[in-house]
Design a protein around this ligand. Structure first.
Ligand code: ADP
Length: 433
């Protein structure tokens, strides 16, 4: 204990002074005592100053050699350290919660009871087109200016969400909103963008309508011919006519078969995200596609093959075969007789590999290019049907490309011809050298 040490010193010096006084009858002892007291006071003053300076920042290392202050400084320092750790833990928890709230894929906005914005996350910024910083403190009702939202906000409870159609950022949005009261008169607004979901729903509906339509046409033709044949009086149809009807019916049955096969391929492609990574010998695959193309062409086209033999791909054989055959048979279908189709398979300088089919056929007008790989999209439905197309070939090819980290590139000029390419990322390419 430093105060007892000080007391001991004081007693010692007082006794010494009293001894001197008594022995020599002089005041020298008291002068020494006064001097010693002065020195002790000065030292104490300095120690107190050091403690005062440190106390302004008690989280820093405490000063050494502070005499009687030592105990107090030590316990204050321990307390401050404990507080600092508690504050840091709290801060870390707070930061983690805030980053989680920021990262939420749904929009979250906190509001006071007057609908003034206190905070919002990144998703809310995007969905509701809010401006960070600038919109804090603004009234959300004024910002959105939507009478249905105002009516919803003015309710006293919010059991159901509101589906709001609103023009934001120059486009029409469909947003689901829900207000949730929390703490003292605070409100949490949860917002989700439905635009994408609605688009998907429309695509799904269109798809079902398209499939039904595509199936109904051959079915109608088939049942029409069947009825004619069944109801025709005996001997009314010549053998030649019967054969002709049977041939047409067979064509329609084949068409339905092709459609169903393509639909099954598409659905199989959609069941998993990425394709296998088996080593596929592309030159062998291209060779078997070559046989199909040559038989479809029947010698009516000039086919030029420029294939790098030992350039392989990590992927799925059936899918790749379907993609490269689709591009090839399309070229044959949409290229008039006696014209040329060039097939190339090469490694490129950046390590990627390109399979391209270039024809000098009918070509495609630029306005159709962005939609070409949509399901059932055809430039000329009649021509596509006449050629035995289903309108699903490029959709399948695009899907296969995506599953193999490849790009489907299309270049075309109306009346001049087209180049359809599959460009495989270097990770998927295996070259012999
Ligand atoms: P389809 O079964 O009708 O050929 P695809 O999805 O394979 O369906 O192709 C979609 C459309 O793209 C075709 O209907 C056709 O209009 C156009 N197309 C595809 N390949 C070519 C090509 N090589 N030349 C011209 N048009 C093409």
């Amino acid at each position: 204990m430093s105060w007892s040490r000080t007391l001991l010193w004081f007693v010692f010096w007082s006794a010494l002074a009293a001894g001197v006084q008594y022995r020599w009858d002089t005041a020298a002892g008291w002068v020494v005592l006064a001097l010693v007291c002065g020195i002790i006071l000065t030292i104490r003053r300095r120690q107190a100053n050091r403690v005062a300076v440190w106390a302004a920042h008690p989280e820093t290392d405490p000063p050494a050699d502070v005499g009687q202050w030592e105990d107090m400084v030590a316990s204050l320092y321990r307390h401050t350290l404990g507080q600092t750790i508690a504050v840091r833990t709290l801060q870390a928890t707070n930061d983690a919660v805030m980053s989680a709230a920021q990262a939420l894929p749904i929009g979250a906005v906190t509001l006071n009871k007057d609908f003034q914005i206190r905070w919002f996350n990144v998703a809310a910024e995007k969905i509701l087109h809010l401006q960070p910083v600038q919109d804090i403190g603004q009234n959300l009702l004024n910002l959105l200016r939507s009478p249905p939202f105002v009516a919803y906000a003015k309710q006293t409870t919010w059991e159901e969400p509101l589906i709001l159609k609103i023009a934001l950022g120059g486009s029409n949005q469909s947003i689901t909103m829900r207000l949730v009261p929390y703490a003292n008169d605070q409100l949490l607004l949860i917002a989700r963008d439905l635009t994408q979901i609605e688009k998907l729903e429309t695509t799904r509906r269109d798809f079902v309508a398209n499939v039904s339509h595509e199936m109904r046409t051959p079915l109608t033709v088939l049942s029409g011919f069947l009825e004619t044949m069944r109801e025709a009086p005996k001997g009314a149809l010549t053998e030649e006519q019967s054969q002709h009807y049977l041939k047409l019916m067979h064509e329609q049955a084949l068409r339905m078969e092709a459609l169903v096969a393509d639909l099954l391929t598409l659905s199989a492609l959609e069941t998993s995200l990425s394709a296998d990574k088996n080593t596929i010998h592309m030159s062998t695959l291209i060779d078997s596609a070559r046989q199909q193309a040559e038989s479809l062409s029947g010698g009516r086209h000039t086919l030029i093959w420029d294939i790098e033999p030992d350039l392989n791909i990590l992927g799925n054989q059936t899918e790749l075969s379907s993609a490269i055959t689709n591009l090839l048979t399309n070229a044959v279908r949409y290229t008039p007789e006696r014209q040329t189709i060039t097939i190339q398979w090469h490694r490129q300088a950046d390590g990627s590999a390109r399979y391209s089919v270039t024809d000098t056929g009918i070509g495609i007008a630029s306005e159709h290019l962005p939609r070409l790989s949509e399901r059932f999209y055809t430039v000329d439905r009649g021509r596509s049907r006449a050629m035995g197309g289903t309108g699903l070939g490029l959709a399948i090819t695009k899907h296969v490309a995506m599953r193999h980290d490849a790009q489907l590139e299309i270049q075309s000029k109306l009346g001049l011809g087209s180049t359809f390419s599959l460009v495989f990322a270097p990770d998927r390419v295996i070259a012999a050298h």
